[in-house]
Write a protein that binds this ligand. Structure first.
Ligand code: NAD
Length: 438
């Protein structure tokens, strides 16, 4: 059974029933739903309309058998969730991580919907994932897995239907294999089927750095807002992958002192400031920040509660929780990851208005904005310079930041509620205008 009907709040016309889908049951999906209900209450979205807006439009689960290098055949679970189709094609990343589930992917797809709407992109949200540990697969195994996943998804995706991009555990090479597999099936080259691919295959200049640079741009705007000077500021970054590492270098370029960073293997700290150039060289060789000579080791928990001006969670969901939210000691919490702060932690942080939050759907929107630019360039076969890309990116981020800040101040509501309200409202309005078919 996919879901059930339960009694909802009574309406003037009589009793109303609310559809609840349990196929997505997962703490991250519960968290996304909790955030949505709060926004829906604020926007007065009628209860009988909420299930239509909240639950994904479509989802697909596939089994992916691949031959391992030793000759064994192993089957992996793959997912793709398309949250809503009201504003155009769906858009969202593909994650390779051992803990990927349908419910987690559905939550990430829902957040993508609100993010695209907040930034005015003509997309619904989507997300995909394969439950695997990419660090334990060889390059050839990863290629076979990616090609098989793409093959299984062909009835479900397309440049006007659903467009994928990199996320945790995937990268430009993953996108190149996807684009090649899809193109071989279509019989002609289709660059617009994915974004975040290599520039040599129709990728956009600036896409690889766009999420991290966008995060740094918004941190700079938040520092202006709360009155922090970059040259006096310190930053701590959790997660040193595509987003976290680029944000680290961009913040260092703005003049901030980076005092601690971490990855899945552990964290490092140097209160006098890490030499990010040397760190870059070290990570390029060793593949991890752990063991960097000019720093001390630090646990994940210590890292998150280190006193600093800017804390950037750039790893996974549900890192700032009821347990540690009271001990976070930053002026700006810049949510580069999706869903790093639980609703319970939000309640604690809201009692500390001195902590300025740049909510995830705004903070990391740079990635999907430049993905949109890449898709537009591919469809037109007309490519832009990097400065054009970054200029357009900053303009969209600036607009979304100002709108969110203005609503937050005008209504005296938290930045997250303001950002989600702007995103959800646009989707609700679009659904109302299109009406309910048939
Ligand atoms: P990535 O795989 O390149 O990097 C993830 C990093 O997090 C790695 O350094 C990994 O070691 C680290 N990590 C994992 N678990 C950790 C833990 N428990 N503690 C500390 N570090 C840990 O992924 P990414 O693309 O940089 O994505 C990071 C976050 O940003 C995710 O939430 C993703 O959804 C979000 N995001 C990514 C993009 C993008 O363009 N790639 C866009 C928007 C949002």
């Amino acid at each position: 059974m996919l879901g059930r009907w339960s009694a909802g709040l009574p309406r003037s016309s009589g009793k109303c029933y609310v559809f609840e889908m349990d196929v997505y049951d997962h703490p991250t999906f519960a968290m996304a739903c909790q955030q949505f209900e709060r926004v829906a209450d604020r926007l007065d979205v009628p209860h009988h309309q909420r299930a239509r807006i909240k639950y994904p439009k479509r989802s697909m689960t596939v089994s992916l058998p691949i031959q391992r290098d030793n000759g064994d055949v192993e089957v992996f679970a793959g997912y793709r969730v398309q949250h809503h189709l009201t504003l155009g094609a769906t858009k969202g990343g593909l994650r390779y991580h051992p803990e990927v589930t349908l419910g987690e992917v559905a939550a990430l797809a829902m957040w993508m919907s609100w993010k695209c709407a907040l930034t005015g992109l003509p997309y619904g949200g989507a997300k995909g994932g394969v439950a695997c540990d990419p660090r334990k697969l060889s390059v050839t195994e990863l290629e076979r897995l990616t090609r098989r996943y793409t093959q299984e998804m062909i009835p479900f995706i397309g440049p006007q239907v659903d467009i994928m991009a990199p996320d945790v555990g995937t990268n430009e090479q993953t996108m190149a294999w996807m684009m090649d597999t899809y193109s071989m099936q279509m019989g002609h080259t289709v660059p617009s089927i994915v974004t975040g691919k290599p520039v040599a295959l129709g990728g956009s200049l600036g896409r690889r750095e766009s999420t991290g640079k966008g995060v740094a741009y918004l941190i700079n705007r938040a520092m202006d807002t709360v009155g922090i000077r970059a040259s006096n500021a310190t930053a701590v970054i959790q997660g040193f992958g595509n987003v976290g590492a680029v944000a680290t270098y961009a913040l260092a370029n703005y003049g901030l002192k980076i005092i601690a960073v971490s990855d899945v293997n552990g964290g490092i700290i140097n209160r006098s400031g890490l030499d990010t150039w040397k760190l870059n060289q070290f990570v390029a060789k060793s593949g991890t920040v752990v063991g960097f000579p000019e720093a001390e080791p630090i646990t994940n928990e210590q890292l998150l509660t280190t006193p600093c001006d800017v804390l950037v969670p750039a790893a996974l969901e549900r890192q700032i929780t009821q347990k540690n939210a009271g001990r976070i000691q930053c002026r700006i919490l810049a949510e580069a990851a999706n869903g790093p702060t639980t609703p319970e932690a939000d309640v604690i942080l809201e009692q500390r208005p001195e902590t300025f939050i740049i909510p995830d759907i705004l903070c990391n929107a740079g990635g999907v904005i430049v993905s949109y630019f890449e898709w537009v360039q591919d469809l037109q076969s007309f490519f832009w310079s990097e400065s054009e890309v970054l200029d357009k990116l900053n303009r969209i981020l600036e607009g979304a930041f100002i709108q969110t800040l203005t609503l937050s101040r005008k209504e005296n509501i938290p930045m997250r509620l303001a950002a989600l309200s702007l995103g959800v409202k646009r989707v609700v309005e679009a659904k109302a205008l299109r009406g309910l078919y048939p």
